[in-house]
Design a binder for this molecule. Structure first.
Ligand code: ATP
Length: 512
């Protein structure tokens, strides 16, 4: 199965089992907006809870807030979003399809990188154990040519973006012969900037004064509450403020399922530090966030850091944690050293002092900020695409199993009476009434028990409990584990403890 097929399967699986539905589907959907279904909302809550606990509960010096989506319009002037939250767009005149010009170039660069990797792989096979890849990369004429080309496009592209030179962005697309994937032609319009913020009207005034924006990031809600939290929470630098919540962006291209949506959810944390110490904290948060990802049990090879070539107007260092989605390595989380840009801007625009008083040195200063910003939906997609697996079993049959990290699974225990009679359903409900005090359970009595196991595998349920005749004799049940499919008999009184021990969130938190 190639990656494109895999991605399609994941999308249809997510719909078929109640994880994710297209928004407004009875009206044929709304582009790049999705709804989370009965299982998807549970998984999403669990991911959010894990992030929240690892930030707020595990760090004595991080607190959480929940700021409003609507904010004073001047905030977006101050933050630079009104003037600069733009993406460069370009249209293909033949297909009439719209693209982000920067994404077209980045995808072109990725293709060149692929070519280099293929050359290296080929040579490694040819030379066997004696192969020295660093030597090969620095001397093989074809690879050197690709590398030089890559570097020169990267440098030129970063310069064009930094100088907002849209004509040169177009020239790069033309000179590199980048074609529209739909029409296959190179018939492009000029590159234009497009602001990604949604606006709406507040109150009964319909002129400009009543225009407000739907927040395109949750971070600004943290900055404008800096003083409130610092004073009321008696916080001492370094300290952090975390929040999760909806953000809205009028994305130009939105074709990758929940990877890029117009309404999505972010989990952000702003860490306020003493000026001059930001690089130390930048490195700290890079390492800490990587650990968080790895604690999910997803292999390290699925992640990589990608340092920014073009720094945003507010940053002095920035990196992305990229994940290998079915459509390649893409940004999952951003870690940015934002300097004192935001607080300074809000001081300027609000006329209020947003400073920290250091009682040891008797000095006031505007703190620097290191932020970690991760998309909840993208994390959901990363977990789902890693978890989706089709297995061949020893007996030759196949099973589809979602290997979601068990602590995050939407349903923790399925309770199954072996048959729909002889008092088994009643007994099963009796057991479930106790278990549901501790975790999400699902009762299922339809079809053979084998088919029910498969249905639970397909939604990632870590444990199935089966009630049979023996349960009435010795008060034991069969417990089946999702990944190994191993079954054992245990007393009813031990189910809760066993499952709690395996699925308590502390099993993940302790790896942070
Ligand atoms: P991209 O380059 O992919 O547009 P970005 O660099 O603009 O992303 P940030 O502004 O750094 O993204 O936002 C932080 C995080 O929010 C991203 O790492 C991503 O996980 C998430 N995110 C951003 N835009 C979207 C979107 N349209 N849909 C879903 N998640 C998003």
């Amino acid at each position: 199965m190639n990656q494109e097929e895999l991605f399609k399967k994941i999308i249809s699986h997510a719909k078929e089992y109640g994880f994710i539905f297209p928004s407004s589907e009875v009206y044929d959907g709304l582009a790049a907006v999705y709804d989370y279904g009965q299982l998807g909302s549970l998984l999403k809550n669990n991911i959010r809870e894990y992030w929240w606990k690892s930030m707020v509960q595990l760090h004595e010096n991080i607190v959480g807030i929940d700021s409003a989506i609507f904010m004073h319009p001047s905030i977006w002037k101050a933050s630079g979003h009104v003037d600069a939250f733009n993406d460069p767009l370009i249209d293909n005149k033949d297909s009439k399809k719209r693209y982000r010009a920067d994404v077209l170039i980045e995808e072109h660069l990725a293709k060149i990188e692929d070519k280099i990797n293929k050359e290296v792989e080929k040579a490694a096979k040819r030379f066997g154990e004696t192969f020295d890849s660093a030597m090969f990369i620095s001397t093989n004429p074809r690879v050197v040519e690709y590398k030089n080309k890559l570097e020169s496009i990267k440098t030129r592209f970063a310069k064009a973006l930094n100088e907002n030179n849209l004509a040169d962005v177009k020239t790069i697309i033309e000179e590199e012969g980048i074609a529209c994937p739909v029409s296959g032609t190179r018939n492009w319009t000029d590159v234009r900037q497009f602001n990604l913020m949604f606006s709406t009207q507040m109150g009964s005034v319909t002129d400009d004064a009543g225009t407000i924006f739907l927040r395109p990031e949750t971070a600004q809600g943290i900055f404008v509450n800096f003083l409130n939290v610092y004073k009321t929470g008696r916080m001492k630098i370094p300290f952090g403020i975390a929040q999760t919540g909806k953000a809205f962006r009028n994305e130009i291209v939105a074709r990758q399922f929940i990877f890029r949506m117009r309404e999505f959810e972010q989990m952000e944390m702003q860490f306020f530090v003493k000026p001059g110490e930001e690089m130390k904290w930048f490195e700290y948060w890079k390492a800490t966030r990587k650990k968080w990802h790895l604690s999910l049990g997803i292999p390290e090879s699925k992640y990589r850091f990608h340092d920014h070539e073009k720094l945003a107007h507010y940053a002095n260092a920035a990196t992305d944690i990229e994940f290998e989605f079915p459509f390649g390595f893409k940004e999952l989380e951003g870690i940015h050293s934002r300097t004192d840009f935001d607080l300074n801007q809000h001081q300027k625009f609000s006329g209020k002092k947003l400073q920290y008083f250091d009682s040891e040195t008797n000095e006031s200063y505007v703190p620097y900020v290191v932020e970690t910003s991760i998309g909840l939906d993208r994390t959901f997609l990363a977990i789902l695409s890693y978890a989706y697996s089709e297995e061949k079993l020893e007996d030759g049959s196949e099973r589809m199993v979602l290997r979601i990290p068990p602590v995050l699974s939407p349903i923790k225990v399925a309770v199954l009476p072996l048959v729909k009679r002889d008092g088994m359903p009643e007994k099963a409900h009796e057991i479930m009434d106790v278990l549901k005090l501790d975790f999400m359970c699902q009762y299922d009595e339809k079809d053979t028990v084998g088919r029910r196991y498969r249905r639970q595998d397909a939604i990632g349920t870590p444990y199935c409990i089966t009630i049979d005749q023996q349960t009435f004799e010795d008060n034991t049940v069969t417990i089946r584990e999702r990944d190994s499919m191993k079954q054992e008999r245990i007393p009813v009184s031990q189910i809760s403890n066993l499952v709690l021990e395996k699925l308590h969130i502390k099993n993940l938190l302790s790896h942070n």
